[in-house]
Design a protein around this ligand. Structure first.
Ligand SMILES: [Zn+2]
Ligand SMILES: [Zn+2]
Length: 247
């Protein structure tokens, strides 16, 4: 079977995302716009994943639970799990590596934890967009060890990417790389390249998904079996990215 997947989406927990972008709105728009497999990947935190899980259940969507981690070199990497618990555990681990910088919501935006009915549960009072005190290689190794899909984010973007911060893609346990356009060979490193919406606003949802070939019946898979089916298809290169669109 072929489906549309999008592994890079933010919610109202990310300081730079729209307050409107609740996990439930993300799930509803993803379904309306034809996505089958969708990951929530807020900056350095998985606290909205429980709401996203419930919202996707209501919409009949297959959810994945991630974090877009920001390394000490300010490189972004998507770490994506099949279940909520390991995502929350990894979030706790990253929290211990996040310096609690003074945070001004007026300037940087609120960071809101909600439930699937958009009730506010918590306002996070330390800045989630900061760099972790963990190297890019350390984050990738630890996420892989914990069973996550590891996907360096927007590798060809002029900020927060392996190309802008490191100048190249170091060897690592990657399942794919995400890029805005067909990446140069040195940024691809022999890995499968995918597109991703990096949605921060409702209008961004499903702007750059990728088509993926999965075994028949995969739309019924959830949790770790879904994650492993997706990993196998990514590693085998059974994808068709949608390059272009807005940056
Ligand atoms: Zn990013
Ligand atoms: Zn992002």
């Amino acid at each position: 079977m072929r489906a549309l997947a999008d592994l890079h989406n933010h919610s109202c927990l990310s300081p730079c995302a729209s307050l409107e972008e609740s996990p439930s709105l993300l799930a509803r728009l993803a379904r309306e716009r034809g996505l089958g497999f969708v990951a929530l990947t807020d900056h350095n935190s998985a606290l909205n994943c429980p709401a996203f899980d419930e919202a996707c259940r209501r919409e009949g969507l297959a959810p994945l639970f991630g974090i877009e981690a920001c390394s000490v070199e300010e490189v972004h990497v998507l770490c994506i799990f099949g279940r909520v618990e390991p995502a929350l555990d990894f979030g706790l681990r990253l929290r211990s590596a996040l310096i609690p910088l003074p945070y001004d919501p007026e300037k940087l935006g609120d960071q809101v934890v909600v439930d699937a009915d958009e009730e506010v549960l918590e306002l996070v009072d330390f800045y989630l967009g900061a760099a972790l005190i963990l190297g890019f290689d350390e984050i990738c190794a630890e996420a892989a060890e914990r069973g996550a899909l590891v996907i360096p984010a927007h590798v060809d973007r002029p900020m927060f990417s392996v190309s802008s911060q490191l100048g190249f893609l170091p060897p690592g346990p990657y399942d794919a790389v995400e890029s805005m356009r067909e990446p140069a060979p040195e940024l691809r490193g022999g890995h499968t390249a995918i597109s991703g919406s990096d949605a921060h606003y409702p209008e961004h949802v499903a702007r750059r998904p990728f088509a993926v070939e999965l075994p028949d019946g995969a739309s019924e898979l959830r949790g770790d079996s879904l994650l492993e089916a997706l990993r196998a298809s990514l590693r085998a290169g059974l994808v068709r990215p949608s390059w272009g669109g807005q940056a």
